[in-house]
Design a protein around this ligand. Structure first.
Ligand code: COA
Length: 180
């Protein structure tokens, strides 16, 4: 029997203090640290939805709008936007809170595609119950994102392999490179 769950069932909010060991050479939080926390939160959200083990298959639309300051609280809000057969697109919004002033800044956005391991049973993730206009919009965006992603992967795979060295050289002529 096909199972369905709501977005709220797996919605996740996670806050972490940005400690000095997270700093890059500019004394801001290293982007890789933020991505690592996002991956864990995406994992937790996906696991709550499908109740099985998952792996990260892709990350889209990662944006660093503003740097994150050391000493701030970073809060990640994460939800399932779209589900396919075995995959789930998890949308994450990161906000940085200045502890002294209380000012909240939207710093990051990302979409993680998490897929159930092939050995998992049942073999399909639960469907998603869409309760409002936002749920419907995000689901439609997720469907479009999945289509675009698979078209992009197909395009990149085939398109350059068929080209001759001459065609490749013509394509990159005028770019900021030198043939050594
Ligand atoms: C996840 C994995 C099993 C998928 O294998 P696969 O042969 O591509 O399987 P499929 O083609 O059946 O794809 C499975 C699902 O993932 C989606 N998917 C596959 N590659 C993807 C990609 N690069 N980006 C986004 N989604 C992808 C497919 O659309 C499909 O979704 P659906 O079932 O909802 O329709 C395999 O890619 C894998 O093991 N990857 C390594 C994952 C990993 O180790 N992650 C890092 C640490 S967690």
């Amino acid at each position: 029997m096909q199972r369905y769950k709501t977005v709220i069932d797996s919605e996740t909010v996670f806050t972490e203090l940005m400690v000095p060991s997270y700093a890059n050479f500019g004394d801001k939080v290293h982007g890789g640290v933020i991505l690592s926390i996002m991956d864990k939160v995406a994992y937790a959200t996906a696991v709550k939805h499908c109740e099985g083990y998952v792996v990260t298959v892709g990350v889209d639309g990662v944006e660093f709008h503003e740097p994150v300051e050391i000493g701030n609280l970073l809060t990640l809000k994460s939800r399932v936007n779209y589900v396919g057969k075995t995959s789930m697109i998890i949308g994450i919004r990161a906000e940085s809170t200045d502890i002294k002033t209380g000012k909240i800044t939207h710093t990051n956005t990302a979409y993680f595609t998490m897929t159930m391991k092939p050995s998992e049973s049942p073999t399909e993730v639960p469907g998603l119950i869409l309760r409002n206009e936002e749920d419907i919009r995000r689901f439609a965006e997720g469907k479009y994102m999945k289509q675009l992603g698979s078209e992009k992967r197909k395009m990149l795979k085939g398109s350059m392999e068929d080209k001759s060295q001459e065609e490749l050289r013509q394509m990159i002529a005028g770019e900021r490179m030198q043939l050594g």
